[in-house]
Design a protein. Structure first.
Ligand code: KIV
Length: 256
């Protein structure tokens, strides 16, 4: 293992002490850049389906595709802990969940993540019993987009809040060490952060989570055709690439 490698215990120990900055990485150069910038947690998320592979949503991503990208990230040999995202319908039963989780670990992930709470409790328990550490994902679940039809905020009423608490309890009892909270109302995200021992990692869920995660292309403007409302974009890399290419093209075309 690389010297200084971030471990699950290091991440757990950050609860209440240090905020956790997490970003997605899908390839070798980005993993190296994010690691050099000191990001402790890299997510090879199934968002790659939309921001890298050109699918309309994450439900098209296959286990083979995630494995391919995890391997590229792992070849960067980052200090950061690598989370491998379990694709849509790849964890329908405990047996299937363990088989998929093992494949992602064999590809180079350090831990795995899947979407859902109470409904995947037995899958999470089976993964952890197999010796693989687990990150949960609650709130808006992008893999449910086909049933739900839109990306909407969760926890707005009593029933929504109660469901989030029940799902969080299931993940805690199963042994998740961190949970992504996506599009959860800031108040409920704060309550979950205060009441559960796992690290909460928010995306579009306010500033009171233990950490934040973003899809890196959103942060740096590498997917300029759509940026979620909650993202404060730091650079316009897509625009920079387009103008660098236009400049070079003009030079080539005007030689002589
Ligand atoms: O796939 C992904 O990148 C994610 C983040 C949006 C948290 O799950």
């Amino acid at each position: 293992m690389r010297e200084g490698k971030i471990t699950v215990d290091v991440i757990r120990g950050m609860k209440g002490r240090q905020r956790l900055a997490t970003l997605t990485a899908y390839d070798y150069p980005m993993a190296k850049l994010l690691d050099e910038a000191g990001i402790p947690l890299l997510l090879v998320g199934d968002s790659l389906g939309m921001v890298v592979l050109g699918y309309p949503d994450t439900t098209h991503v296959t286990v083979a595709e995630i494995e391919h990208h995890i391997s590229a990230v792992a070849r960067a040999n980052p200090k950061a802990l690598i989370i491998g995202d379990m694709p849509y319908q790849s964890y329908e039963t405990p047996e299937m969940a363990v088989a998929t989780a093992r494949r992602l670990i064999a590809a180079g992930a350090d831990v795995v993540k899947a979407e859902g709470g109470r409904e995947i409790e037995s899958q999470v328990k089976a993964i952890i019993a197999d010796g693989i550490q687990f990150v949960g994902h609650l709130g808006m679940l992008p893999q449910h987009i086909l049933e739900e039809g839109k990306y909407s905020i969760k926890g707005k009423d009593d029933a929504g809040r109660a469901k989030l608490f029940d799902d969080a309890t299931a993940l805690q009892e199963a042994g998740a060490f961190a949970v992504v909270l996506e599009l959860v109302t800031p108040l409920v995200a704060k309550e979950l952060t205060e009441q559960f021992p796992f690290m909460t990692i928010g995306i579009g869920s306010g500033m009171d989570c233990d950490g934040q995660v973003l899809v890196t292309p959103d942060l740096v403007g590498m997917f300029p055709w759509f940026t979620p409302r909650f993202v404060k974009q730091k650079r316009q890399c897509g625009t920079d690439i387009r103008s660098a290419v236009e400049e070079w093209k003009a030079e080539v075309e005007h030689v002589g």
